[in-house]
Design a protein around this ligand. Structure first.
Ligand SMILES: [Zn+2]
Length: 165
């Protein structure tokens, strides 16, 4: 299992100097520490050994969990694991698996809204991904724009923005 903090910290509930430094630098958040502990707690009960969680992001109404392992592992049969995570964390969770398929990741994130297209644009010499969405779909977005862009910037190395048209 891989969690945002190291295994010893996930188990003990205390942060080692290395993870403490990552927390101070803002590379990880208190939420990352919390989810690491929770995942460790349920490791055996839900067979979470193959799970690789990168980061958890608080998106207001929901928490987005970025995973490098199959999203199904954190959802569980009949959504059982996701339900326990939501209960422990106090908010519904949405699990997004990190892949090379940008479009698929975005569509999972903004479901039921569809992506019109994705363009690579250059702004002041810097590459940026522009995700195009129908303006009339804006009210159906499941998360606030700020949250969506924050998740995208954790999923994709280059800057990513949403453009309505
Ligand atoms: Zn540590």
């Amino acid at each position: 299992m891989k969690t945002p903090v190291c295994e010893a910290d996930a188990k003990s509930g205390f942060l080692c100097p290395a993870c403490q430094e990552r927390l101070s630098k803002g590379e990880i958040t208190d939420l990352d520490v919390e989810i690491s502990r929770i995942l460790h707690k349920y490791r055996e009960q839900f067979s979470l050994e193959p799970v690789e969680v990168v980061k958890a992001i608080d998106c207001g109404k929901k928490l987005v969990i970025l995973s490098d392992s199959d999203a199904g592992l954190l959802i569980g049969r009949g959504g059982k694991v996701a339900a326990v995570l939501a209960k422990e964390l106090g908010k519904p969770v949405k699990i997004i698996q990190r892949t090379n398929d940008l479009r698929k990741m975005i569509e999972e994130l903004i479901m039921p809204v569809r992506v019109l297209g994705i363009n690579e644009v250059f702004k002041a010499g810097e590459k940026e991904w522009r995700i195009r969405i129908k303006r009339s779909d804006a009210p159906r977005l499941p998360l606030e724009m700020k949250s969506i862009e924050s998740v995208l910037n954790n999923l994709v190395r280059e800057k990513t923005t949403i453009a309505f048209e």
